[in-house]
Design a protein around this ligand. Structure first.
Ligand SMILES: [Zn+2]
Length: 328
C-alpha cells in the first residue's frame, strides 16, 4: 500500500493509470510508470509518500485552449480521435467506464503538473509522475495528448506572479510540437526540443531551439542533449524549468514508432542526471513530467531520474546508509 504525504515532492494518483481496457479499448497501455517508480522506491526503502493532486478546472484549461475545443473536450468522440482508436479496437459495449471519463483523468494529471510547478518553486525540485502531453495544441489534441498540461501550468504560475521566465526542456523522442506552437512568439517561455528528426510528427513546429537527431547519428544523442541544454541556458535565464523526461528514446520502449532512437539505460540515466545536476548547480527550480514512454520497461528510466532528483533534494534514504547506522 503506497502512502500519501501532502508534503511530498512527488505528485501522483492511482487514477493516473490510463486503463483503456475499462473504456472498452483493446489497446492496453502497459503498466503505470508512476506506480512502478513509487513501488520500487518503497521496496528499496529509499523514499515513501506521494501527493495527490486536484483536478485542473475548466476555467484553468480555458486559459490556453480555445472555446471551440473546450466545448468538444468532454465528448467521447474527441478522445477516440486523440487516441487514434480504430473501430476494430474500440468496443463501447465492453466498457465499464464511458470514454468521456478520460477527460477527467487527464484533467487530474494536468492538476498534477500545476502542483509539481508550485512545489518546485517552493522546494527546488518536484516531479509529476505523469503528464507531459506535449502534442496538445490550443485548438486540438493529437498523438495521445488532449490537454496541454505543461502550457496550462506555466500560464497559471505566471498569472499568479510566481514566475516570469520559464524554459520547457523536452527530451522526449517526439518533438514537443504542441508546446512549441502554444508559446510561439511568447518571449517569456523558451521552448527546447531534442527529438527524432525522422519520427512523428512529420510536420514539425518551430521551438525556440530544436535539435533533431537522425537515426544514423543516434550515438550522438547525449551530446545533442548536452548541446541543447548548454545553448538554451547560455542565452535564457529561466525562473523555472519544466523538464519533459520522455523515456521513449530508451532501447526498451515498446512503441514501434520510436525505434529510430534506441539508447541504453545508462545513457538515459546520464541524460536525466545531467539536467537535474545542472538545475541544482544553477539553482533553477525544476518540475519534471514523464511525457512519452511505452511498454513494460520504460519505468526504469523514470525510476533512476526520480531517485536522482530525490537524492539531490536530500530526501533519499539509502538502504546501505541505514544498514551502517543499524550496525552501530
Ligand atoms: Zn514521445
Amino acid at each position: 500500500m503506497l502512502k500519501q504525504d501532502p508534503d511530498s515532492i512527488l505528485v501522483w494518483s492511482e487514477k493516473y493509470k490510463l486503463d483503456l481496457v475499462a473504456f472498452g479499448v483493446e489497446k492496453p497501455f502497459a503498466v503505470d510508470r508512476g506506480l512502478m517508480v513509487l513501488q520500487k522506491l518503497a521496496e528499496q526503502k529509499e523514499f515513501e509518500g506521494y501527493k495527490e493532486p486536484r483536478m485542473a478546472t475548466e476555467a484553468e484549461l480555458a486559459t490556453l485552449h480555445t472555446p471551440e475545443y473546450m466545448q468538444i473536450l468532454p465528448l467521447a468522440d474527441t478522445w477516440k480521435e486523440i487516441f487514434e482508436l480504430k473501430s476494430h479496437e474500440y468496443f463501447p459495449e465492453r466498457a465499464t467506464r464511458p470514454l468521456s471519463h478520460l477527460y477527467d483523468d487527464i484533467r487530474l494529471q494536468t492538476g498534477g503538473t500545476m502542483e509539481a510547478v508550485e512545489i518546485a518553486l517552493k522546494k527546488g525540485f518536484s516531479a509529476n509522475l505523469g503528464g507531459g502531453f506535449h502534442h496538445a495544441y490550443a485548438e486540438k489534441g493529437t498523438g495521445f495528448c488532449g490537454i496541454q498540461d505543461v502550457g496550462i501550468a506555466i500560464r497559471w504560475a505566471q498569472a499568479r506572479g510566481l514566475v516570469k521566465n520559464v524554459m520547457t526542456l523536452d527530451f522526449d523522442f517526439h518533438q514537443g510540437d504542441g508546446t512549441a506552437k502554444v508559446f510561439e512568439g511568447d518571449d517569456t517561455v523558451y521552448t527546447v526540443s531534442v527529438h527524432s528528426e525522422e519520427g512523428w510528427p512529420e510536420t514539425k513546429q518551430v521551438s525556440d531551439l530544436d535539435v533533431g537527431v537522425l537515426s544514423a547519428e543516434q550515438d550522438l544523442y547525449l551530446d545533442k542533449c548536452r548541446f541543447a541544454l548548454d545553448t538554451a541556458l547560455g542565452g535564457f535565464k529561466p525562473d523555472l524549468i519544466v523538464y519533459l523526461a520522455g523515456s521513449d528514446p530508451y532501447e526498451k520502449c515498446a512503441l514501434p514508432g520510436s525505434q529510430l532512437i534506441k539508447r541504453p539505460l545508462a545513457e538515459m540515466q546520464k541524460r536525466d542526471e545531467m539536467v537535474i545536476d545542472r538545475c541544482a548547480a544553477e539553482k533553477i527550480p525544476m518540475a519534471m513530467v514523464f511525457a512519452g514512454g511505452y511498454g513494460d520497461h520504460v519505468w526504469e528510466v523514470h525510476y533512476l531520474a526520480v531517485r536522482h532528483m530525490l537524492d539531490k533534494a536530500g530526501l533519499l534514504s539509502r538502504s546501505d546508509k541505514a544498514l551502517v547506522t543499524k550496525g552501530k
